[in-house]
Write a protein that binds this ligand. Structure first.
Ligand SMILES: [Zn+2]
Length: 347
C-alpha cells in the first residue's frame, strides 16, 4: 500500500548494517564487529539499552558522507515499503556538538535528497528537532540551521527529548519559526500526561503532536483537540517497547479514533524497535480488527497531515487512491473502497 511517514527519527532508523559501515569509517568500536553480532545487540531490552544504541548511532554521524549514507539507506528502506514521502526528525545540534560542520552537512543532505528522489522515487524532508534536555543555546543552533536550510529539505522545526524537562526555554524559538512561516511540530503526551500536552500547546503551538497518546487521560482535552482537528502522530510499537503503554491490546489508538482525533501511524525508531511502518499498519489492523479499506484511509489521513504543497498533495492523493483501489481489487476482488477508519471501543 502506498504510504506516508511523518514521525521517524533518522538516528533511530539506522540499522545494524549501516551502523557497521559508519563505525568502520569513523573508527568507532562497537559491541560487535559483524552484522549478525550487531543484530543481536539491537534486540530491544529496556530504555537504557535503547538509549545506548541510539547514542552510538548518533556518534557515528559526523562527516557529510556519513549523513549521505544514512539518508540513502533510510530512503532505500522507505522505497522498499512503498513510503513515498517521509518527514524525518533528526538532531542537528547533537552532531554539531560532536564536531560536525553544520553548513557542510546541510549541503550534503540537500544534495542527497535530490539524488534520492531522482533515483529511488521517494521524497524525504527533514525536521531538525530541539532537544529539551540540552542547553537552550543548542536550540539556537537548531533553529538557525532549520531556517537556513528550509528551501533545501527542511520542512519544520521539531521538539523532542526528555518530556519532564521544561519546554518554556524554547518559547521564543517556536515564535520565530512561526513568524518565519516555518512549520513546527512537537513531541508531547508520550512519557507524561495531559499537563505536558497543554504546556507544549501553549508554548510551541505545534501543527501536529508527536505521540499525544496520553490525552486519553483527559476527556475534555481530547474532545477539544479532536474538534480542532490537530493531527497526532501515533507510534504504537514504540509506546509499547518504551513501556508508555503496557501491551498492544491496551494501546489507546482505538480510543483516539473513536473520539474523532485525526491521526497517522508511524514507526518512530524502527531499527531499535524491530519494526517498520508496514508492520505498524499490520499490528494496528490486527489489534483493532480494521478492514483493509480503513487502513487505506489511515494512509490517506497521513497524506492529509503532511507538510506538502497543495498541488503535490493532490497529485499524490490521486495516485494513492488509484493504486489502493487496484490493490484492493487484486487482493480482495470486487469493489474496494478507501474508508474513514471507524472504530468502536469496548466500554
Ligand atoms: Zn519521536
Amino acid at each position: 500500500m502506498p504510504k506516508i511517514e511523518l514521525h521517524v527519527h533518522l538516528e533511530g532508523a539506522i540499522g545494524p548494517a549501516t551502523l557497521l559501515q559508519l563505525a568502520r569509517r569513523r573508527r568507532i568500536a562497537l559491541p560487535a564487529d559483524t552484522e549478525a553480532g550487531l543484530r543481536e545487540w539491537y534486540k530491544f531490552e529496556d530504555f537504557e539499552h535503547f538509549v545506548d544504541i541510539y547514542v552510538t548511532c548518533s556518534e557515528c554521524l559526523r562527516d557529510p558522507e556519513d549523513f549521505q549514507l544514512a539518508l540513502r539507506e533510510f530512503a532505500r528502506e522507505q522505497a522498499r515499503q512503498n513510503i513515498r514521502y517521509s518527514e524525518v526528525h533528526f538532531t542537528i545540534a547533537t552532531h554539531v556538538r560532536q564536531g560536525a560542520n553544520g553548513g557542510e552537512v546541510g549541503d550534503a543532505i540537500a544534495e542527497s535528497l535530490v539524488d534520492i528522489e531522482r533515483e529511488l522515487g521517494v521524497r524525504v524532508r527533514l525536521i531538525p528537532d530541539i532537544v529539551r534536555n540540552l542547553e537552550p543555546e543548542w536550540a539556537d543552533v537548531t533553529l538557525e540551521w532549520a531556517l537556513e536550510h528550509r528551501d533545501r529539505g527542511v520542512v519544520a522545526l521539531g521538539m523532542a527529548g526528555i518530556e519532564s524537562w521544561p519546554a518554556n526555554p524554547f518559547r521564543e524559538h517556536f515564535a520565530v519559526a512561526k513568524a518565519e512561516g516555518l512549520h513546527h511540530v512537537a513531541h508531547a503526551g508520550e512519557q507524561r500526561g495531559p499537563g505536558s500536552i497543554r504546556e507544549v500547546l501553549e508554548i510551541a503551538d505545534p501543527e501536529r503532536l508527536g505521540h499525544g497518546i496520553r490525552v486519553v487521560e483527559d476527556r475534555e482535552l481530547m474532545a477539544r483537540l479532536a474538534e480542532r482537528g490537530l493531527p497526532f502522530e501515533v507510534c504504537p510499537t514504540s509506546n509499547v517497547a518504551l513501556n508508555n503503554v503496557a501491551t498492544f491490546a491496551e494501546h489507546p489508538i482505538g480510543e483516539l479514533l473513536d473520539a474523532g482525533v485525526r491521526l497517522s501511524i508511524n514507526s518512530d525508531d524502527p531499527a531499535m524497535f524491530s519494526t517498520s511502518l508496514s508492520l505498524e499498519y499490520a499490528r494496528v489492523g490486527d489489534t483493532l480488527d480494521l478492514e483493509a479499506g480503513a487502513l487505506a484511509g489511515l494512509s490517506m489521513a497521513a497524506l492529509d497531515h503532511a507538510f506538502l504543497e497543495r498541488e503535490e498533495r493532490r497529485r499524490l492523493a490521486a495516485e494513492f487512491q488509484r493504486e489502493m483501489v487496484e490493490l484492493g481489487e487484486e487482493i480482495y476482488g470486487g469493489s474496494f473502497e478507501v474508508q474513514e477508519p471507524q472504530v468502536t471501543c469496548p466500554g
